[in-house]
Design a protein around this ligand. Structure first.
Ligand SMILES: [Zn+2]
Length: 176
């Protein structure tokens, strides 16, 4: 799932909890719940069929083809750019006392991917740390990446999550 989706939902959850520790933890939990929904991302070009191991679909590793290449990086940079724009709007329009909750919740929401799916350091971290290898198994198990041909469904879930989070963080404050 995209960084934008995880970080925005995490930020909204952080604000909803009103507490930095609960915000981080709930953001972290939201990551795995959201990964379990059908979603499109860089990985969609590397899976053959619908892949939700927790629903009994075929093995994560066997059905993951190829490496994280130029297209993956391009999508990641666009994803970051969209996040920067949305967070700039959110920061500009949020009350100052909410900014730390927004950041902590966003960090909690993005944390599993920062640790476990970075092409730069995650494979090395896993090799050095058996508990991270186990965590990778958990992260992959509750995960539903749609193949690229099903991009519409995979984008729809995320657009709904982003729109709801953005409404909660920004529009709710303006209109209610
Ligand atoms: Zn993830």
């Amino acid at each position: 799932m995209f960084f934008t989706t995880h970080s925005l939902a995490g930020a909204a959850i952080g604000v909803a909890t009103g507490n930095p520790y609960a915000g981080f933890f709930a953001g972290f939990l939201s990551h795995h719940l959201m990964d379990a929904m059908p979603h499109f991302d860089q990985g969609s070009f590397r899976v053959k069929e619908r892949r939700a191991p927790y629903l009994g679909d075929s093995n994560f590793e066997e059905n993951t083809l190829g490496a994280f290449g130029a297209r993956g990086w391009a999508m990641l940079f666009i994803d970051w750019l969209v996040s920067i724009i949305l967070f700039a709007i959110i920061f500009a329009l949020s009350p100052p006392d909410q900014l730390s909750l927004i950041l902590i919740g966003a960090l909690g929401g993005a944390f599993p991917d920062i640790v476990d799916t970075s092409p730069l350091w995650s494979p090395k971290l896993r090799l050095e740390n058996p508990s991270l290898q186990k965590y990778h198994g958990f992260h992959s198990y509750f995960h539903w990446t749609v193949p690229a041909k099903n991009w519409l469904l995979g984008m729809l879930t995320q657009i709904l999550l982003i729109a709801t989070s953005f409404w909660y963080l920004v529009l709710r404050q303006i209109f209610i």
